[in-house]
Design a protein around this ligand. Structure first.
Ligand SMILES: [Zn+2]
Length: 391
């Protein structure tokens, strides 16, 4: 199975210029192919990866675009594949319509095996047309990657993200299971009663962000002072993102080590982000990133992550008696069940429900919705009876 590791890299000034050129070509090809496909989409033509790939060969032969040949051809080809993935995600309703890439903001270029080399003994990583690049290998064991992505973040830092093949290692069973409720106030509440706070960092530095943004607004567009202010704000954003990522990594590792089965709610994140009052908290909590990490680590260590369908009213249902209290709306933090009198903390109760529903669903085999399954059973029984009477 695949694992992804990210390391900081330090290109020389020359290499940084070459990388900027590569990012520029990748951006150009992406935007060109996206335009081609968008026009085709509107006219009802089917333009897919194969068509754009053939068109790229012709594009690179145009004299006015000869500069596209100055960089490795592999990242250009890869960006067409990325665009294909973006379209697949769009058609499967996992993401919105692909957007154009902009010069400002994070940049990336992907290299497959034919366009980079890695020497395991000396830990040397070299890119086609760019050469050996200085890497801070922040792990003891570095495996040969099958593909790499070079990134530059908005703060101007460079990274290499490597994809390596790793063997899955099943951790010894602990006999423990858990339900996790992802919150807006806390990162998570466990059915064990534990509560995990959001990384407070982002709130503490909020005043500084406001200060930087105010300062930015006062600077003249295009001035050097403005550029400096933009960089300072981007650096702070990068720091916040690092803290968030770190928390998600530590917490997902701990969960996978402690529990054999982890039940979580299949949240419609996009639906939640649409609500403005929740937007910041949701993105701060990084629930999406956490879920992805949890699933990939579970796969690697032989654990199970079970997603509970959204129809389960986990926060409205009393975990003691099953009564559904519609008075539990967003913002209600504690409530007492009108049916059995149990007093609930909203999130503790939700975590308990997620675990209970998850165990029931798992026991009935996979992610089958109980109601649908019953309806189907009834139908098939009826058709059997009809056959019996008519035959
Ligand atoms: Zn109750």
């Amino acid at each position: 199975m695949k694992a992804r590791h990210t390391y900081r890299i330090y290109p020389t000034d020359d290499q940084a210029t070459q990388l900027a050129q590569t990012f520029g070509c990748v951006r150009y090809v992406w935007n060109w192919a996206l335009n081609l496909r968008s026009v085709g989409f509107k006219n009802g033509e089917r333009i897919g990866y194969t068509e754009t790939s053939a068109a790229l060969t012709l594009l690179k032969k145009r004299p006015e675009l000869a500069w596209l040949n100055d960089v490795s051809s592999v990242p250009l080809q890869q960006t067409l594949r990325d665009l294909q993935t973006a379209y697949t995600n769009f058609f499967d309703k996992r993401a919105g319509y692909p957007g154009f890439k902009r010069k400002f903001g994070p940049q990336s270029a992907e290299y497959t095996k034919s366009a980079f080399s890695f020497d395991a003994d000396t830990r040397t990583l070299a890119l086609a047309k760019i050469g050996a690049i200085k890497v801070k290998w922040s792990r003891d064991i570095v495996l040969e990657p099958s593909s790499i992505r070079i990134l530059r973040d908005a703060a101007g830092r460079y990274f290499v993200s490597t994809v390596v093949e790793v063997a899955a290692v099943a951790l010894p069973a602990t006999g423990e299971t858990v339900g996790i409720d992802f919150g807006l106030n806390r990162l998570a509440t466990l059915s064990t009663g534990e509560r995990i706070a959001n990384p407070k960092h982002s709130y503490r530095v909020q005043w500084r962000m406001k200060f930087l943004q105010r300062r930015l607004a006062r600077k003249t567009k295009g001035s050097n002072r403005r550029k400096k202010a933009v960089h300072a704000a981007a650096k702070l954003h990068a720091k916040i993102a690092d803290t968030r990522k770190d928390t998600a990594h530590k917490f997902s590792t701990e969960m996978v080590k402690r529990f054999d089965t982890i039940y979580i709610e299949d949240l419609n994140l996009r639906g939640m982000v649409k609500n403005h009052s929740l937007a910041r908290s949701v993105s701060d909590a990084g629930i999406g990133m956490f879920t992805r990490l949890l699933e990939s680590k579970a796969e690697r260590y032989g654990r199970q992550v079970v997603k509970i369908d959204r129809w389960c009213p986990s926060s409205k249902m009393c975990s003691a008696c099953g009564h559904i209290n519609s008075a539990v709306v967003l913002g209600v933090k504690e409530w007492t069940c009108p049916h059995c009198g149990a007093h609930h903390d909203r999130d503790d109760n939700a975590a308990a429900n997620i675990k209970a529903v998850g165990q029931t669903v798992s026991a009935h085999g996979g992610a089958v919705r109980p109601r649908k399954a019953q309806a189907l059973q009834g139908k098939s029984r009826r058709s059997v009876n009809q056959q019996a009477t008519s035959g």
